[in-house]
Ligand binder design. Structure first.
Ligand SMILES: Nc1nc2c(ncn2[C@@H]2O[C@H](COP(=O)(O)OP(=O)(O)O)[C@@H](O)[C@H]2O)c(=O)[nH]1
Ligand SMILES: [Mg+2]
Length: 459
């Protein structure tokens, strides 16, 4: 890590501010070379006298001023990376930022690799591996839920979990080692029953964590919504409105949408895939028939179902209800064309409501009721997931946790078969190794300390 690295930390699009970070042993030297105030250089001494303070100055190279910037210097080890670190806030023009980068390269810094600032932070023990990963996840989160869960991990959820597991296992190991090393008479052991319970506790913690991570993953999967119904009810119009663009062909000719159409969108922070389907009707047309079969498949697959009906035409409630009963029960009934509703609609609506069908009126032409429909969907997403006990595990940590679980289970089995401590302690070692892999620190020394602090051996 003796190279000094540099990168733009904000994105390369025109914006108010573009932040460049410079980290490494030459950060101070390079900064003082490139910064001036009232045409005189910012000396290293001056910068060091103003650690963590905003310095308004010029960024200048070969007597040419590039930009007026705000500069903040962080002295090692009190910085994000743990190294000397300079943060240069330029005006956020991509061309300007590229020029600035080039000047940094000419001055001795090299381009940072992906994630290299955070990697250095990890290597300098500023954060553990699970926190570093969580920062990556926080940046790339695609939904509110993912953002919330990633944030929990940035604030140490996984670190706390691994500390808990580590602490339990180290105590367990310390007991077992004492049993091997010293004669039993001099030691006050916890009872064997307690040892078993300790193992069971670790097993249960691993299992519940893996379960809640599965639930979190399932909730983070894209939510599918299907738009279903008879031809001409306005399904494609609704898709276009939700998407905010004319994606599907809207026409008064029934049977226009013959295949299903899938589009991704974000509904108030929830990633959703929206499917428009071919209208359901009796037809002899072979292609339309195929399309209708697919509509039913998509209907079945989707998590949320919008059954669109046309209120501008007379609905024979009994007939309609009999025909679609099963599908209606699983859907939100979206009553479209309310701007042109037929006289009998209000009566039909009552009957649907009596059948406990959720009815929501909209008009795609007048754009009424759409926001409320989105709200209803959002509420449904939220009630489906009680996020409290969710935990977000990266694949790597799911693997580690499964390994810990396996090892402790084996250890328990051996223990219950009265195997000598030397044997089942190996499995505890293996579990400890995988805990080390979670936060990226494998530490054997700690165990010795525990043995002697916990047991008073001899007098
Ligand atoms: N008056 C009225 N007409 C609508 C409304 N929504 C859609 N339409 C019209 O109904 C026809 C069928 O719409 P479309 O979205 O293609 O229906 P789909 O066959 O279910 O996909 C088109 O002529 C639309 O302009 C609405 O809210 N009010
Ligand atoms: Mg259509």
């Amino acid at each position: 890590m003796n190279e000094t690295i540099v990168a733009v930390s904000t994105s390369f699009v025109p914006s108010a501010i573009g932040l460049i970070r410079l980290s490494g042993p030459d950060a101070l030297e390079i900064s003082s070379k490139l910064l001036t105030k009232n045409n005189s250089p910012l000396t290293k001494e001056f910068i060091l006298e103003n650690i963590r303070k905003s310095l308004y100055c010029d960024f200048e190279f070969e007597n040419e001023k590039l930009d007026q910037i705000v500069f903040v210097f962080f002295k090692s080890p009190a910085s994000y990376t743990g190294e000397d670190l300079g943060e240069f806030s330029f005006h956020g023009n991509p061309i300007l930022l590229k020029k600035a980068l080039d000047i940094f390269f000419k001055s001795g810094a090299r381009p940072a690799l992906e994630g290299e600032f955070t990697k250095r932070a990890f290597l300098n023990q500023k954060l553990d591996l699970s926190k570093a990963e969580a920062i990556g996840r926080l940046i790339s989160a695609r939904s509110n839920l993912e953002l919330e869960l990633a944030k929990k991990n940035v604030y140490g959820e996984i670190s706390r979990l691994s500390s808990r597991l580590r602490s339990d296992l180290i105590s367990l190991k310390a007991e077992c080692e004492a049993e091997i090393d010293f004669s039993t008479e001099d030691l006050t052991y916890e009872s064997l029953e307690e040892r078993k319970n300790r193992m069971l506790k670790v097993i249960s913690l691993c299992e519940t964590t893996l379960e809640s991570s599965n639930r979190a993953d399932a909730s983070l999967e894209e939510i599918s919504i299907v738009i279903f119904g008879e031809p001409n009810s306005g399904k494609s119009s609704l898709l276009n409105l939700l998407l905010g663009k004319e994606r599907a062909i809207v026409s008064e000719i029934a049977g226009t949408t013959r295949d299903y159409l899938k589009e991704n969108l974000n509904l108030n922070g929830v990633p959703v895939s929206l499917v428009d389907t071919a209208g359901i009707r009796e037809t002899e047309d072979k292609i339309e028939k195929l399309g209708i079969e697919r509509s039913f498949e998509e209907f079945k697959k989707a998590k949320f179902k919008l059954f669109v009906i046309d209120t501008s035409i007379q609905i024979d409630f009994e007939n309609f209800f009999e025909k679609h009963k099963e599908n209606l029960n699983k859907s939100i009934l979206v009553a479209n064309k309310i701007d042109k509703k037929e006289n009998s609609w209000d009566n039909a609506k009552k009957k649907f409501v009596e059948q406990n069908i959720l009815v929501h009126e909209i008009s795609c032409i007048k754009k009424t009721g759409i926001n409320d429909l989105v709200k209803i969907l959002n509420d449904k997403f939220n009630t489906e997931t009680s996020k409290e006990d969710f935990i977000l595990l990266e694949e790597r940590n799911k693997f580690n946790l499964r390994k810990i679980l396996e090892s402790v289970k084996t250890s328990l089995e051996l223990f219950l078969q009265n195997a000598p401590a030397e044997i089942y302690i190996k499995e505890i070692d293996s579990a400890l190794y995988f805990i080390g892999m979670i936060n990226g620190r494998v530490d054997q020394e700690e165990i010795l300390g525990r043995i002697f602090s916990k047991f008073c051996v001899g007098k």
